[in-house]
Design a protein around this ligand. Structure first.
Ligand code: FE2
Length: 168
């Protein structure tokens, strides 16, 4: 999931770069780069939907049981994922509108809002959510071990087995 975040951050950087180029042109002088941004936004929408669905299915149960305020925290996390998906869908819908200065300004605002919220959500997940989830996984793994017994290791594969009649 951290690797997926790294890819999302790269995509956000690319989107911010396009947005900065558009804004640098000045109002009405530089059309929004729809041809470059649309495939990026479409891929983001696909990958982000799969990513958040995995997070909602895997992280939600871990967090819900691992924090005193887990259920409310989880509701907030899931709501943010839904909001980000909706923002991306709205952005894609605006990208499909006929070209105009009004559409371009709307695209610039939507892109800026989306990248800001997405970056903030990733920071929150990486600093808090993943750390808690990893602790929960570690706790679960240690709970499955018998106390006082070492962690079992696999027997060497080449160890010869005594044949019948041989002293053991
Ligand atoms: Fe995430």
């Amino acid at each position: 999931m951290r690797a997926e975040h790294a890819w999302v951050i790269e995509a956000l950087d690319a989107l911010d770069h396009e947005l900065a180029g558009h804004r640098a042109g000045g109002p009405g002088r530089s059309p929004f780069p729809v041809a470059t941004v649309r495939p990026l936004a479409e891929r983001l929408a696909r990958e982000f939907a799969a990513h958040t669905s995995a997070e909602d299915d895997v992280l939600v149960p871990l967090l819900a049981g691992g924090l005193p305020d887990g259920p409310s925290y989880v509701r907030q996390l899931v709501a943010e994922h839904a909001e980000l998906r909706a923002m991306l869908m709205a952005f894609l819908a605006t990208l499909g509108l006929p070209a105009s200065a009004k559409r371009d300004e709307q695209l610039a605002v939507q892109a800026q809002d989306f990248t800001a919220l997405m970056r903030s959500q990733i920071r929150k997940e990486e600093t808090l959510v993943f750390a808690i989830a990893e602790k929960q996984v570690a706790k679960g793994a240690s709970a499955h071990r018998t106390p006082g017994r070492p962690v079992p290791r696999e027997a060497p594969a080449s160890r010869p087995r005594p044949s019948k009649g041989e002293p053991q």
